[in-house]
Design a protein around this ligand. Structure first.
Ligand code: ATP
Length: 198
């Protein structure tokens, strides 16, 4: 599995539709300060489900939409499509996997996997434990190394759990526990009703 393509429109400084194709191996993106290099990696993180506007250097999520320049009007919509080569079937059974994320200035947003509308959770589930999950360290942005050193031991442990592939199971355990709790509450309520009836 490898990142093949990023396409974006209206994402941060990329007002026009922009397509970046990657080959296997190392790709370096170079350019003057402020030309949008970090915006490229942020577009990838955003498409993969980043929920924190702050970690994308904004105050609120719509800040990622092209805000306009002196000569150009702001846009009301941003879209990023990232495509992975999945010939090795690493992510799922498809040969190619594309994730689309869209956001409108009024706050409406959507995710698509291979053109089909999905929930954010589906995107997270697809990438958990692949090395590209939300807690993974495949994408190290400026300042991240310092924050890893300054993080609490439990937070640092999550890095190893993601790398070892156990995070997915921890997530599922939490979901199941909450379902079990809900069921136990229903049983308790039922017991109360039966008691009153007897
Ligand atoms: P450096 O080398 O200094 O780290 P860089 O090449 O990584 O810079 P970025 O930080 O990716 O550059 O890009 C910053 C540019 O993106 C700034 O010019 C900023 O005005 C622009 N930008 C960020 N958000 C938006 C937005 N919503 N609308 C328009 N432009 C934006």
């Amino acid at each position: 599995m490898f990142l093949k393509k990023i396409e974006m429109i209206g994402f941060k400084s990329f007002a026009d539709r922009t397509k970046i194709q990657f080959d296997q191996g190392i790709t370096a993106i170079v350019g003057p300060n402020g030309s949008g290099k970090s915006n490229v990696t942020e577009s990838l993180r955003w498409a993969l489900g980043e929920q924190s506007a702050k970690s994308l250097r904004g105050a609120k999520m719509p800040d990622i939409i092209f805000a306009g320049t002196q000569n150009r009007k702001a846009l009301n919509f941003a879209e990023v499509i990232v495509t992975f080569d999945n010939e090795d079937k690493y992510l799922n059974s498809e040969k190619e996997v594309s994730i689309t994320r869209r956001l409108y200035r009024n706050g409406d947003s959507e995710f698509l996997i291979n053109g089909k509308k999905v929930r954010l959770k589906d995107v997270h589930d697809l990438f958990t434990d692949t090395g590209l999950g939300r807690d993974s360290f495949s994408i190290i942005s400026q300042g991240k190394i310092e924050s890893i050193f300054n993080s609490k031991p439990e937070e640092r442990r999550a890095i190893f759990e993601e790398a070892a592939g156990v995070l997915k199971y921890k997530g599922r355990k939490k979901e199941t526990e909450s379902k079990l709790n809900g069921t136990q509450e229903n049983i308790d309520r039922l017991d109360d009703i039966l008691y009153e009836l007897n």
